[in-house]
Write a protein that binds this ligand. Structure first.
Ligand SMILES: Cc1cc2nc3c(=O)[nH]c(=O)nc-3n(C[C@H](O)[C@H](O)[C@H](O)COP(=O)(O)OP(=O)(O)OC[C@H]3O[C@@H](n4cnc5c(N)ncnc54)[C@H](O)[C@@H]3O)c2cc1C
Length: 344
């Protein structure tokens, strides 16, 4: 997303940018996403969620996202919803197919299946595909983000942020087709007892569950729910719907009595029947990346800008370190900033 946004913004400044896309379609992971572009309610909420991130980078997202969302609308992208449905966040939801089409049209020169060799603005989406492969985890993102932007940046003298081992994680019932990345996600850990393969309780998850997914031993666990939990709402669906989605995807869904260990005592397991769902950790995007400043300039080890090099989206680290935030918001805000800085 960040590359398309940067190109659209650059054209508004009279430039003639070229977007080089490695994949066979534009839109990257944005196209596969739920399309909710959001921010935390305040900078202090953002810091509480992502305590190890860079305050200045976070501030620009808080201050500029609303303007950037209005800008998207000025391009002709109407949101499908003007709120996120989550009281902890504000933002808008988009049809990602429409968003991609509008951005591609406005970006002008978008060349598919052309990996970049030289770039002024790096926006290759981080290295989720590589991290998933190296850690033996599922990938829940576009398949092309291998870290090419980071590698190129480092050759040009860039430094990297902390948090290179962190990722935005989601639990899936098994490897699923990319069209099912949203519908098959198992996002009800707060209603479940989460157990490892010996039956050890893995504890509670934050509201976004990315913390829990990152610490699943061997990238796998069981979510066990009771009948009460099955009735709980999860966005527009219920936990029962999500368990059905796991079953429909060919996941391992079974009566908890068939697990090879006894269930622990838990206030979450009261009303039978108890159902167990096998979940696997999936990488959506990486959190560490190239070090940038609040103008999207890539920085070297001495925190000086690398001449003529900018980064946006998941290629830029240091925004969400230690927590979770909107990757789409980072791509939108820093895609715009990268173009503005590159052309100023
Ligand atoms: C299922 C799913 C649901 C999500 N839901 C949300 C959500 O609701 N809200 C939210 O904020 N975030 C969400 N995300 C995360 C969000 O999609 C990403 O954070 C965001 O797309 C990152 O933007 P980006 O521009 O960095 O990367 P991308 O959008 O992935 O774009 C990077 C592009 O770079 C291309 N590329 C890679 N290497 C090269 C190369 N060498 N040369 C040229 N091109 C290259 C890739 O093919 C890709 O098209 C979701 C993601 C997924 C997969």
């Amino acid at each position: 997303m960040a590359g398309l946004v940067a190109a659209v913004r650059a054209r508004e400044f009279g430039a003639a940018p070229v977007v080089l896309e490695k994949g066979n379609r534009p839109g990257g992971s944005m196209l596969l996403s739920s399309g909710v572009v959001w921010r935390h309610n305040s900078l202090w909420d953002f810091r509480a969620e992502c305590p190890d991130g860079d305050l200045d980078l976070q501030r620009r997202i808080i201050e500029e996202l609303d303007t950037a969302l209005d800008w998207l609308e000025s391009l002709g992208v109407e949101p499908v919803a003007r709120e996120t449905g989550n009281p902890l966040t504000v933002g808008r939801r988009y049809d990602t197919r429409i968003l991609t089409d509008v951005l591609v049209r406005a970006a002008g020169d978008v060349r598919l299946e052309e990996p970049f060799h030289e770039a002024q603005i790096l926006a290759t989406g981080g290295f989720g595909a590589r991290l998933a492969r190296q850690r033996g985890l599922l990938l829940r993102a576009n398949e092309w983000s291998e870290g090419d932007g980071l590698e190129y940046g480092v050759v040009r003298g860039a430094s990297l942020t902390d948090g290179l081992d962190q990722f935005y994680g989601r639990a899936l019932p098994r490897g699923v087709d990319e069209s099912d990345y949203v519908s098959a996600a198992q996002i009800y850990a707060r209603h479940a007892v989460v157990l490892d393969d010996e039956g050890f309780d893995l504890g509670e998850a934050a509201w976004h569950e990315s913390d829990l997914v990152q610490r699943l031993p061997g990238g796998q666990a069981w979510y066990v729910v009771d009948a009460r939990a099955l009735r709980q709402p999860v966005q527009e669906r219920t936990v029962a719907d999500l368990v059905d989605a796991a079953r429909a995807a060919g996941g391992d869904v079974r009566p908890a009595a068939e697990l090879p260990f006894a269930l622990p005592e838990s206030p979450k397991l009261v009303e039978p029947p108890f159902v167990a769902v096998r979940v696997l950790a999936a990488v959506t995007h990486t959190i560490g990346g190239l070090r940038i400043d609040e103008h999207a300039r890539v920085l070297d080890e001495d925190r000086r800008p690398v001449a003529g090099l900018h980064a946006a989206g998941a290629d830029a680290g240091g925004i969400f370190t230690g927590g979770y935030g909107s990757g789409l918001a980072a791509a939108l805000v820093y895609g715009r900033i990268a173009a503005e800085t590159a052309l100023s």
